[in-house]
Design a binder for this molecule. Structure first.
Ligand code: 3NM
Length: 219
């Protein structure tokens, strides 16, 4: 099978929800189900940070969330853990700069899986594209409390720069994005937004997702 089409990838990136058990106010399964009801377009399982599940517990949660995604036809992406992605036959993986390079992941997974890469500079973006990334995550756009080792806050500057220099790869902004500040991210040239807390910690998860989607669609 061949690589995902760029336009299909762009559609999936509109509202990209990332979450693990430590991010949720209520159970991860209910959080994900409500987020899907609200209209998320892609999901990433990211079981990281203090108190995160490991081993069988992490695997079982991943499997449960993957099943929910399958039932609703939402592609299921695994953060960092290529072995877990392979074991689950996930739809793809997302990796950072400190992880295995996309080129070798592409060789291991084949063309039919989605590969996302976090990029913070034009150089990293070009390298990821050359390595076979299907999309980029660019951030942190705003201050975030969901990632301990986040890089310096960039605002929308890097996204603008990547678009200005002619890179057309599908990309999402990430980091501290909320309904109140999502518009400039899309305005800068992102195809969508990627969020953890704006959805996972919302009092009404489904309404939070709906609200974000409206803003993205009508920007
Ligand atoms: N990656 P929230 S920022 C997972 O800059 C992640 O690459 C980032 O969580 C990056 O929406 C981030 O709660 C955390 O700010 C995003």
């Amino acid at each position: 099978m061949k690589r995902i089409d760029s336009e299909d990838m762009r559609k999936l990136l509109k509202l990209y929800f990332i979450m693990g058990s430590v991010n949720c106010r209520i159970s991860p399964a209910v959080t994900l189900t409500q987020a899907i009801e609200g209209g998320i377009t892609l999901f990433q399982f990211r079981e990281k940070g203090p108190g995160a599940l490991t081993g069988t517990a992490a695997f079982n949660l991943a499997k449960q969330l993957q099943q929910i995604c399958r039932e609703h036809r939402i592609p299921f992406i695994v953060n960092d853990d290529i072995e877990l992605a392979i074991a689950l036959d996930a739809d793809g993986v997302h990796v950072g700069q400190e992880d295995e390079p996309a080129r070798s992941i592409r060789q291991r997974l084949g063309d039919h899986k989605i590969i996302g890469v976090s990029a913070h500079t034009q150089h990293e973006a070009r390298q990821a594209i050359a390595d076979g990334a299907d999309y980029l995550g660019v951030g942190p756009v705003y201050p975030t409390s969901s990632k301990d080792d986040a890089e310096a806050v960039q605002g929308t500057r890097v996204i603008e720069e990547l678009r200005r220099c002619g890179l057309t790869i599908p990309l999402v902004g990430i980091g501290g994005i909320t309904p109140g500040n999502a518009q400039p991210v899309i305005g800068a040239g992102a195809d969508g937004v990627s969020v953890i807390s704006a959805i996972a910690r919302a009092y009404d998860v489904s309404a939070a997702a709906k609200n974000l989607l409206q803003i993205i669609r009508y920007t």
